[in-house]
Design a protein around this ligand. Structure first.
Ligand code: MLT
Length: 410
């Protein structure tokens, strides 16, 4: 009989956000009078429309597809050159960072890239993953067979967890153990923490001295307002030799539904072969993308290109300011409710300690039933997330204000 992938049976629960959606749906079915009042600040999904510059560029791209002379069929699997160039120039070279156009790989999302990157990494790597963490890093390693079973607390054998708590400012310390692959996400999902230049430098030095790889998720870099906080791992000298960076257009340009992101794989990044040689990862990722991906739609890539025009940049600024205005409202409301509050300053997530010994899921139920608001339970991000919940600032201003009123009333 056909064999299934037993690794999937090790996964502890459904993926966090569908599980939340399932519980909210069940609540709304059982309480139809409350359903219309529900405010969703669970998943970090944008609410505001695409910037006008994007819409205009996409309309024009649709017209391109309507004429034989400008029609496009398959595009390059790595992304159209116009977009790879715009990204490398605007996000890196304009900031003095050495990233070539062909080190940019355009994709349909950072979540996909974070999972797919395992295709080019071996099976014996020692994994370092923060706790709490964006669950994709853990679950994709479980699916790929890189872990053993989970224990009662949900921790998988074979993962070295890097605890993040209030004591270390939710930034993991460099371990004494030797790790091979380390996942870092800054600004952080879920805690909203940022890593300083000194902290990232310590990680880059660790990675270089252990010949390890940092997988750096910078999906929320556009939310950094503190000029001292690095936006890219490549701001740290030596990172081109030890880091891959993931970035997304979901949270800056509002592309969660439209889908587009990119991954930077420096050509200077080497990894070991089974026979002890050292080879670059860049050609492997290129091969992987050419084989398993046919590129992001031309229309979407033209839309993303428009984010880099002067109008596009201004409109993105407007979106970020809108969501960070919500973050300030939500943060203040949670503080006024007397709760310990983290994040929400250089990130669109507010990380809040639960009151009165409530577990994260108890707090989720309480807020849904009593205030009809949806948050994300911290334990869904790992055992160290227990005792916390996350509020997403992605919403309309009216909903953020109403959410704040309801927290106060609760
Ligand atoms: C989140 O809520 O953590 C994010 O929206 C998830 C994602 O970006 O995939």
């Amino acid at each position: 009989m056909v064999q299934l992938n037993d690794n999937y049976l090790k996964l502890k629960a459904g993926y966090l956000f569908p599980e939340i959606a399932r519980r909210v749906k069940a609540f709304c079915s059982a309480n139809p009078e409350a359903a219309a009042r529900v405010i969703r600040c669970g998943i970090g999904d944008v609410t505001e429309p695409l910037p006008p510059a994007v819409i205009a560029a996409m309309h024009k791209a649709v017209d391109d597809m309507a004429a034989r002379e400008t029609f496009r069929g398959y595009g390059p699997e790595q992304g159209h050159e116009f977009l790879r160039h715009a990204i490398a120039q605007n996000d890196y070279r304009d900031h003095g960072l050495d990233v070539a156009d062909d080190e940019i790989f355009v994709s349909d999302g950072s979540k996909c890239d974070c999972g797919n990157i395992l295709d080019i990494l071996g099976h014996g790597n020692r994994l370092g993953i923060t706790d709490p963490v964006y669950p994709v890093y853990v679950d994709t390693n479980v699916m790929a067979g890189h872990t053993g079973e989970a224990n009662e607390a949900g921790a998988y054998a074979g993962i070295h967890y890097l605890p993040c708590d209030a004591a270390n400012g939710f930034v993991p310390e460099v371990p004494t153990e030797k790790l091979d692959v380390i996942y870092l996400c800054f600004p952080n999902n879920p805690t909203g923490a940022t890593a300083s230049r000194a902290q990232l430098t310590a990680w880059v030095e660790y990675a270089r001295s252990h010949q390890a790889l940092i997988l750096f998720d910078a999906a929320y870099e556009a939310y950094i307002s503190d000029p001292a906080v690095p936006h890219s791992i490549y701001e740290i000298p030596g990172a081109r030799e030890c880091a891959i960076e993931f970035r997304s257009f979901s949270k800056n340009g509002g592309f969660t539904g439209t889908r587009c992101a990119f991954t930077v794989v420096p050509k200077t990044l080497l990894a070991a072969t089974a026979t002890g040689g050292r080879l670059p990862l860049h050609p492997l990722w290129n091969r992987r993308m050419s084989t398993k991906f046919n590129g992001v739609s031309y229309i979407v890539q033209r839309g993303v290109e428009a984010l880099y025009t002067p109008e596009g940049k201004q409109q993105v600024r407007g979106l970020i300011d809108h969501y960070m205005g919500n973050a300030a409202i939500l943060r203040t409301a949670a503080q006024k409710a007397g709760l310990p509050v983290f994040g929400g300053v250089n990130a669109p997530y507010i990380w809040v300690a639960t009151p009165d010994g409530f577990t994260s899921w108890e707090m989720f139920d309480r807020m849904l039933c009593l205030a009809n608001v949806v948050i994300t339970p911290g334990s869904g991000f790992g055992s160290k997330g227990e005792g916390y919940f996350r509020i997403s600032a992605f919403n309309s201003r009216a909903n953020a204000e109403e959410f704040a009123r309801r927290i106060a009333a609760l």
